[in-house]
Design a binder for this molecule. Structure first.
Ligand code: PGA
Length: 257
């Protein structure tokens, strides 16, 4: 298992032109060079993946690319779906699965995430499962039941194949923190991470929990990342909004050196 922490950038449906996507991606080059002990993963929209992969393959930037979603089907009559073989053929290594925006906008259920994990693993792609929950009552209030359901339902049918992986990555992203500027405290994040790992150990065994790494995502930015990064339990970050601004990415990189 890589000892590096993970810095993952989720561009969502941004930026709106290829020229801007290219400029943004190239702006990461010097920042990523500063971060020796971090693995950088970028999740651009599907339409930019092919061209950005060319830059990675030519060794012009030290990053790994991933897809923001995956169809549970490999091919066939599934209009608008992008499949595992297509994503793998491009050279992607990771796929985001169950991001809260796909859960709410495309009604992706936990059962769907199980099928998507299966599709990823069938195509030698590493799933990055996003889990989280909606209600924030006082910032300390954690919906453990929902977290457990999301993890157990997604992993249960895939345990045998997940066991064969060197590492399993989960991103804890409380829905109320995404794009809002609000974040849980480090203490709460650590409590959730303990819960995630315990849930995996109880349901699927120690071996699989020991190779699980949990990232935090939700309004991570250049001003709060240094505080989060002090925690040994947080294995890295999934960053949305701040990843679209080269200056913020520069400040993020500087505070992680
Ligand atoms: P945010 O998004 O950093 O804009 O809150 C994180 C995510 O949705 O992955």
């Amino acid at each position: 298992m890589s000892q590096n922490k993970i810095l993952a950038f989720n561009w969502k449906t941004n930026p709106i032109s290829f020229a801007q996507a290219l400029g943004l991606f190239k702006s990461y080059k010097s920042q990523f060079e500063l971060l020796e002990n971090w693995d950088q993963i970028v999740f651009p929209p599907f339409v930019y993946l092919y061209s950005l992969m060319g830059i990675v393959k030519r060794g012009e930037i030290n990053a790994t690319l991933g897809a923001q979603d995956i169809s549970e089907f490999d091919s066939g009559a599934h209009t608008a779906q992008v499949s595992g073989p297509m994503i793998a053929d491009l050279g992607c290594k990771y796929v985001l699965i169950g991001h809260s925006e796909t859960r709410s906008e495309f009604l992706t259920t936990s059962f769907d995430t199980a099928h998507k994990i299966e599709a990823a693993l069938r195509n030698q792609l590493l799933p990055l499962l996003c889990v989280g929950f909606e209600p924030q009552i006082d910032g300390e209030n954690i919906n453990f039941e929902e977290l457990k359901e999301q993890i157990v339902t997604a992993f249960e049918p895939n345990v045998e194949d997940l066991n064969k992986l060197d590492e399993i990555i989960i991103a804890y992203e409380p829905t109320w923190a995404i794009g809002t500027g609000k974040t849980p405290t480090v203490k709460v994040i650590e409590k959730v991470i303990d819960f995630v790992l315990n849930t995996i150990e109880t349901n699927f065994g120690k071996e699989i929990s020991q190779k699980t790494r949990v990232l935090y995502g939700g309004s991570v930015n250049e001003t709060n990342i240094a505080e989060f990064a002090k925690s040994d339990k947080i294995a890295g970050f999934l960053i949305g909004g701040a990843s679209l601004d080269p200056q913020k990415v520069g400040n993020i990189a500087n505070s992680l050196i």
